[in-house]
Ligand binder design. Structure first.
Ligand SMILES: [Fe+2]
Ligand SMILES: [Fe+2]
Length: 285
């Protein structure tokens, strides 16, 4: 199958549409939480930000889907918009059920925005958030930071985000080939540009989260207890392993997000090299 071909488009769209699952956030098996678990859930400082991000995602993706002329691609993007809006609803249900303090601030206007660019920005942002989220989620789950039934609900959301990023990397490659910008080096360069923007936005989110919580960032809150004892290297390894595991669910002939795992591999190699050099220095001293 040639990337960028009609067959490619057919395949990544139909697989995405076929992978959709029906559920209603309001009727999921939300568990009762004891006071300790409830306090841990409340100590996570970014629920307001997550709710905003999912609502904005739903608005951008739905608005972009209306501009697409290809019926199959439009159907797939429209479905993604539905899933993003459902994520917002799921977070809203959780906030209400467990009495979490989070306001719904008004959404930025999407009219007048370059929607294709906004969708691309959003897609690369999802690739970054998901890659980091995979590792943190795995560590939190293993440490039973919250009751397992809650992790089962969040896992449905993670699974959908994984579907979105696989769809996204195929969609953008298909578009790039169709518009004559399909060379691998060029696609890599464009990805690097968008990832820099995504990292900038992520840092902005962390800053806003910190301001909203008296200057404390996530690592200084109770919610980070499950990360205690984890080195940067350990965290990156978990992100890579979990990324690998979640990607196994997808058609191996389709593209998968590879940029961040590769970058993480380079970072791990550098950390290993630095550690090795330090050991040699210490032994000589
Ligand atoms: Fe989402
Ligand atoms: Fe998503």
């Amino acid at each position: 199958m040639k990337i960028g071909s009609a067959e490619h488009k057919e395949r990544f769209c139909t697989e995405f549409i076929a992978g959709h699952r029906r559920f209603d956030p309001a009727t999921l098996s939300w568990p009762d939480l004891d006071p300790a678990a409830l306090q841990r859930l409340h100590s996570i400082p970014f629920w307001q930000e997550v709710l905003y991000t999912e609502r904005r995602a739903g608005a951008i993706v739905a608005a972009y889907s209306r501009t697409i002329t290809d019926p199959l691609v439009r159907e797939a993007v429209c479905l993604q918009g539905f899933e993003e809006a459902r994520h917002a609803e799921l977070v809203r249900v959780m906030i209400q059920r467990y009495g979490i303090a989070a306001e719904e601030r008004s959404l930025d206007e999407v009219s007048g925005v370059d929607l294709r660019r906004a969708f691309a920005d959003f897609g690369y942002g999802e690739c970054l958030d998901s890659f980091l989220g995979f590792g943190v989620f795995k560590i939190a789950r293993r440490s039973s930071f919250l009751p397992e039934p809650l992790f089962e609900i969040f896992d449905m959301l993670m699974r959908e985000e994984t579907r979105h990023i696989v769809f996204f990397v195929n969609w953008i490659a298909w578009q790039q080939v169709a518009s004559g910008h399909g060379a691998r080096w060029l696609r890599g360069l464009i990805a690097a540009y968008y990832y820099c923007r995504a990292i900038g936005r992520l840092l902005g989110t962390v800053r806003r989260g910190r301001q909203a919580h008296d200057g404390k960032d996530f690592s200084a809150t109770q919610a980070s207890v499950f990360l205690e004892g984890f080195t940067l290297r350990g965290l990156i390894q978990e992100c890579c392993a979990e990324h690998e595991r979640r990607m196994r669910e997808f058609d191996p002939d389709l593209l998968q997000p590879r940029f961040l795992p590769r970058l993480a591999g380079i970072a791990l190699g550098t950390l290993r090299f630095n550690n090795g050099a330090r050991v040699v220095r210490d032994e000589r001293a």
